[in-house]
Design a protein around this ligand. Structure first.
Ligand SMILES: Nc1nc2c(c(=O)[nH]1)N[C@H]1C(S)=C(S)[C@@H](COP(=O)(O)O)O[C@H]1N2
Ligand SMILES: [Mo]
Length: 262
């Protein structure tokens, strides 16, 4: 009887100790873990901002993580991945007009517009719209998506960027990592990774619904890059350049994702 009580007591004591130990462990975990989280946050908070400008000054380690996921997605959505296309009848007749940055320049004259293709620092190719229209034409009907939350099935036609590259023998330039495009006045500008620029569905478009592109939609030539959100689809292209550094990008400077892929 005594013995039983003793052993029962012992067991009780042992359980109590276990509970205490557990409590200790969970408290310790809480404090150490919490401390680590706080330390981690402070580390992130105190780590240097990357150079402001191109990516709106995200903390460097965060940007590294973002760049890693970006690379991951770039591999998945390689050029074998094509966006869904639709029959022409599905295309919107009233095509939505969004923003018009870089398109209110009174000095702009569509008649003497020429596309500047910067081949190197002192070699810029000038191409007029007639010449661009004489290149092989590609059409696409797909769901255009804006980050603001709307989408619309639209019909565009023009020359595939990859065909343009081949025609003007810009393969050396296409070996670089990025393409930059800007409006003639330089007020709107985008940077594109080369994979997306050379994607088989990426076109320099001069027609919408079988008609020359209207002013508000980016006459005489705009970018249609279906693997990206609308923000990257620059209207009224003035110049195209190539580089291994990220070209400046209007919305990335405001904090939007540089890649902006779909
Ligand atoms: N030059 C220029 N291109 C631009 C823009 C702009 O403001 N200026 N807005 C972009 C955005 S946010 C979208 S959604 C599409 C809209 O094209 P749309 O007006 O033909 O619908 O153009 C893109 N290209
Ligand atoms: Mo947009």
């Amino acid at each position: 009887m005594e013995k039983k009580t003793n052993s029962a007591e012992l067991r009780e004591l042992a359980t109590e100790k276990k509970i205490k130990r557990r409590n200790f462990i969970s408290f310790a975990t809480f404090f150490i873990g919490g401390g680590a989280a706080f330390g981690g946050w402070k580390w992130l908070y105190n780590s240097p901002e990357e150079t402001a400008g191109v990516t709106a000054g995200a903390r460097r380690p965060l940007r590294r993580a973002l760049n890693k996921t970006e690379l991951f997605f770039r591999r998945i959505f390689s050029n074998e991945h094509e966006v869904k296309t639709y029959p022409k009848e599905r295309a919107a007749k009233n095509v939505r007009v969004n923003s018009d940055i870089g398109m209110n320049n009174d000095n702009f004259n569509a008649e003497d517009w020429k596309l500047s293709v910067v081949k190197s620092r002192d070699n810029t190719l000038k191409v007029d719209i007639k010449e661009i229209r004489s290149l092989p034409k590609t059409e696409i009907v797909y769901d255009f998506k804006c980050v603001e939350g709307w989408d619309q099935i639209q019909h565009w036609a023009g020359v595939r960027f990859i065909d343009f590259i081949e025609h003007y023998q810009l393969l050396e330039q296409a070996g670089m990592e990025y393409v930059g495009m800007e409006t003639p006045d330089g007020a709107y500008y985008v940077g594109l990774d080369m994979e997306s620029a050379l994607h088989p569905q990426t076109i320099l478009a001069y027609e919408m619904n079988d008609q020359p592109i209207t002013d508000v939609h980016g006459a005489p030539l705009r970018l249609i890059v279906p693997v990206k959100y609308g923000i990257k689809n620059l209207k009224r292209i003035g110049s195209i350049s190539f580089s291994n550094q990220r070209p400046r990008d209007y919305w990335a400077e405001q904090g939007y994702d540089y890649y902006s892929g779909l």
